[in-house]
Design a protein around this ligand. Structure first.
Ligand SMILES: [Zn+2]
Length: 118
């Protein structure tokens, strides 16, 4: 008998955030920061955003790494902690979808209606 809630795992989360989007962080220690999305991990629902989620690694010098010291790195943040910033109205917005004439789907800013996909 299958356990309740077991069932096939979705292949990836549907994220409305894509690479090269500008996003605003709405929670966590980087709240209020804006940055460009560098990487999207759909499977985990996480993003790497420029200048957000920075961690400092204390690296020891070794044979591979000649210079030790503090290395700055950007950590992935959960996709639900950011909102996409609309390029047209420059505000953080929720994303709607819109059908195009040729049957495709584009993302749309729910505030000003501008398309976020060219
Ligand atoms: Zn807008």
């Amino acid at each position: 008998m299958p356990r309740p809630g077991s069932g096939p795992r979705p292949a990836g989360k549907r994220l409305s955030v894509r690479r090269d989007d500008t996003v605003l962080v709405i929670s966590g220690k980087d709240r209020g920061k804006r940055g460009k999305v560098l990487r999207v991990d759909r499977g985990r629902g996480r993003l790497v955003v420029e200048g957000v989620g920075k961690v400092y690694k204390h690296q020891k010098a070794s044979q591979k790494i000649l210079q030790g010291g503090i290395v700055e790195q950007e950590n992935a943040v959960a996709a639900c902690t950011v909102m996409v910033v609309c390029a047209a109205c420059k505000r953080a917005t929720r994303i709607g979808h819109m059908l195009t004439e040729d049957g495709g789907r584009v993302r749309r800013c729910v505030r000003c209606g501008a398309s976020l996909d060219k």
